[in-house]
Design a protein around this ligand. Structure first.
Ligand SMILES: [Zn+2]
Length: 165
């Protein structure tokens, strides 16, 4: 089996168990050429939103404990200009479309937002916190910059399943 970039070997058995189906989908997404969206991702948008809520809640709990921070509510929405945000009160917003991204990228967004519980800015201290927990975060950040637009290719049930297909 070939590992996607950004996967840590130690985490593989655990993640494989939890997410075998998702891994297959993510691999397909990564291999898809821009402009195409794999047909098997054409579940109704509500299914992705539900998956996003479940997955983000689970991973946020995991990372918050590791980072020693608390958080408030988690809201899943579709923000046009951002993948996530963290309010002063510690309430977190995540864009449901991230569920279509590789798991290490999702972890990066979660760790980024939780790091704002310690630093309400993007100071060197903030990035040091992110880097302490995700040493290769820069790669995931770059993935989002370069491929984030592809997460918008999925248009949900209203407009049909496979854009351009
Ligand atoms: Zn930020």
């Amino acid at each position: 089996m070939t590992l996607p970039r950004g996967w840590s070997l130690q985490k593989v058995p655990e993640v494989l168990q939890q997410r075998a189906g998702w891994i297959r989908k993510h691999l397909s997404l990564l291999q898809a050429t821009p402009g195409e969206f794999p047909a098997h991702l054409s579940r109704p948008e509500t299914a992705y939103r539900e998956e996003a809520r479940r997955y983000f809640t689970q991973r946020t709990r995991y990372w918050a404990e590791r980072m020693g921070v608390t958080f408030g509510r988690i809201t899943i929405r579709e923000q046009k200009t951002r993948w996530g945000s963290c309010s002063r009160q510690g309430n977190l917003n995540f864009n449901w479309r991230l569920i279509l991204a590789p798991p290490p990228v999702i972890d990066y967004v979660i760790v980024h937002e939780l790091a704002h519980r310690l630093h309400l800015n993007h100071s060197p201290a903030f990035w040091a916190t992110v880097g302490r927990h995700l040493p290769d975060f820069a790669r995931h950040r770059r993935w989002l910059k370069e491929n984030g637009h592809r997460l918008w290719q999925y248009t949900g049930e209203e407009k049909g399943d496979v854009p351009g297909g």
